[in-house]
Each structure stands twice: as C-alpha cells, then as structure tokens.
Design a protein around this ligand. Sequence first.
Ligand SMILES: O=C(CO)[C@H](O)[C@H](O)COP(=O)(O)O
Length: 220
Amino acid sequence: MTQDELKALVGRAAIDYVVPGTVVGVGTGSTVNCFIDELARIKDRIAGAVSSSVKSTERLQALGIPVLDANEVERLPVYIDGADEIDHGGYMIKGGGAALTREKIVADIAERFICIADESKLVQTLGRFPLPVEVIPMARAQVARRLAALGGEPVWREGVVTDNGNVILDVRGLSITDPAALEAEINQWPGVVTCGIFARNKASVCLLGTAQGVRTLTWA
Ligand SMILES: O=C(CO)[C@H](O)[C@H](O)COP(=O)(O)O
C-alpha cells in the first residue's frame, strides 16, 4: 500500500471514534484531509467541527460541515489529528504543517486525542523529525540561541507565517528522552507560543496505517 492509501485507511477508521450528535475536533494535514472527506459523508449526524487551522476550516466548510469557534465549545469528546512522530507512550511531535498552537488548543478542549498516522510515524524516541517551535517574530533570534544552548540546531522556516502571525523554528539534533520536561522548559521562554511536543496533550489512541491494516495503540 502507498503512504496515501495508508492515510486514507486511517482517515476512514477514525470515523468510528466520532460521537454522533457532538462537535468533533479536527486537526490539520494530509492525513486529516482524508478524515475530513470521510466526515463529510456523515455530516448530518454531527453537530459540527472545531478546526485547528484556516486550511482545515476551508476544507470543512467547502464540504458543508459547520465550523464553530473554539470559544463556543466547552468540551469535545474527541480531537482527531495526525502527527509527525509518535512514540510508544503516545507522546508526539507535531507542527510540520505549522498549525501546532491551534492544534494544541483544540486538543486541550478534547477528552481524547485520536492520532491518525501511517506506520512510518511510529518511533522509539522522539527527535528524528525536527521539532517545530512557534515564536513571536521579535523573539526569533533569542529563542534560537536558547535552543542552540540545549544542543539543538534551530533553522528558521523562512517564508512561513502561522495562522497566528508568528514564525516557526525547526530544531534538529534533539533526542527527546523526557518529552514532558522539554515541552515545559521550552514553553516557558519569553516569545515562545508553544513547541511541537505534545506531552501534556498526548494521544489516547493511535490508529496506525500498516500494510496489514489498522493497528490500534491505546493509552490511559
Ligand atoms: O502537526 C501537523 C500540522 O501542523 C500535522 O498533523 C502533521 O504535520 C502530520 O501531517 P501529515 O498528516 O500531512 O503527515
């Protein structure tokens, strides 16, 4: 199976986790696009979506799915999103699509994070994928110096402006053995909006697309 077929497979499988009559949290990326297309088939059975990016909002609306403001929703039963990496504890790196901050906000409203990914995203230790960090533009150089002092090699994703008007630093060379500690450390620096480690908002379930079918990993 191709990577696109694996993404389509888990996009379909995620429909089983949608709770009828409720609002669904929707992430961002090519795997989520497959999910959105499937969600459109059952749009009459849901109350709408809360979206994590302008791109996902546009796709949802084009398919006739109402998009609600995150501030109008107190709790979402599920948030469905992809990942750039996920480890065997459900900890993730996200933000390859520069949507990490809104993704973390919507994930925080949700009771369960359902991660959908092809099996290439499953890793022993997070850090092979460069860690995205969303930064207020004025703090870019100082945050880059701090990341370098941690042993990382930050690279400014030039030309990319997030939906929140900020910039992204992609950090290579970090071996992330304690995701929660590193997330907390980076997130407290002035000018950092958030980093792409999802430890506090880690996955409850991961639907992994494999050549043998969907492999389901679950965590408490
Ligand atoms: O975090 C993300 C966007 O900010 C995506 O979930 C992540 O990049 C995975 O994307 P894809 O499904 O296209 O591989």
